[in-house]
Design a protein around this ligand. Structure first.
Ligand code: SF4
Ligand code: SF4
Length: 109
């Protein structure tokens, strides 16, 4: 499927954003891990952001494998960090994120 220029830009920015989050906002990344729900279904969608990763193997049944799984980059293991990452794969991912309700300030405290 051909990607629009807008989608390519979104995915490119997403890759840089994840790199920076993992490097400089570790507390945020850890917080998001607690909110993340679900399991990876190995669809491989996150391995085709911007371009198809050369380490991605697709078998006949449609399942995917990472040929360097044990040594894959941190950015791969961390996907998706938050909802914005899910948008990059058009929410075609089996992870979701718990919504955290804002704390209500009580008048008597
Ligand atoms: S898009 Fe989501 S479900 Fe698919 S391989 Fe990536 S993390 Fe797993
Ligand atoms: S290195 Fe592996 S997990 Fe990372 S994008 Fe490539 S195939 Fe996917």
């Amino acid at each position: 499927m051909t990607k629009t220029f807008g989608k390519l830009c979104e995915q490119g920015i997403g890759k840089v954003r994840r790199f920076l989050l993992l490097r400089f906002r570790k507390a945020y990344v850890e917080q998001q891990v607690e909110r993340r729900q679900g399991e990876c279904n190995q669809c491989g969608n996150c391995c085709e952001l911007l371009f198809k990763c050369p380490f991605l193997i697709k078998n006949d049944t449609g399942d995917t494998l990472c040929s360097i799984y044990e040594n894959r980059p941190k950015q791969c293991a961390a996907f998706p960090i938050d909802k914005r990452c899910l948008s990059e794969v058009d929410f075609d991912c089996t992870y979701t994120f718990l919504q955290i309700e804002p704390q209500v300030q009580r008048a008597d405290t």
